[in-house]
Design a protein around this ligand. Sequence first.
Ligand SMILES: Nc1ncnc2c1ncn2[C@@H]1O[C@H](COP(=O)(O)OP(=O)(O)O)[C@@H](O)[C@H]1O
Ligand SMILES: [Mg+2]
Length: 157
Amino acid sequence: MKLEVNSTQEMQHLGAVIAQTAQAHDLLLLNGDLGAGKTTLTQGIGRALGIKRPVKSPTFTIVREYPEAKLPLFHMDFYRLENDDLSSIDLSAYMAEPGLVVIEWPEIVQEQLPEQFLQLTIKRVDDSWNSTKRIVEFAPKGSRNKQWAENIIEKIS
Ligand SMILES: Nc1ncnc2c1ncn2[C@@H]1O[C@H](COP(=O)(O)OP(=O)(O)O)[C@@H](O)[C@H]1O
Ligand SMILES: [Mg+2]
């Protein structure tokens, strides 16, 4: 399943649709190079969940928590995280919370992940540095996440 996203605004709209269709204990993994749009997508999620403060990249804090959201949001970014630092994050404790967990750069926590999640890969498809075109690939694991992906794509198109 693939979606073409042509601007920052469209990416935030995709985030809003993800927020509208998310349920407690959902896990969203975001793959893609630096500048692909992972944080931009998460900002769209945050806004649609009613978060008023800015949703910032948690690169240096690893986790940002937004308990005030309609569905509590836990935004994680494991970019450049060393294996040694991982012990400080109890992913299963976050998954036990009735909220939505969004993870940028999930590779390093792969072994700690539950079996079911929705993984999105955001790719730049044009060579020019300032192109705003992105392809978002959906890779859902498990029946809930397949349904979730279908709901998102249906609402977008
Ligand atoms: N279609 C698009 N989707 C998302 N971001 C886009 C798009 N087109 C341009 N951009 C810009 O690219 C940048 C993406 O940055 P960011 O979301 O922080 O990426 P990442 O978290 O993947 O490193 C932002 O400045 C955003 O405005
Ligand atoms: Mg980011």
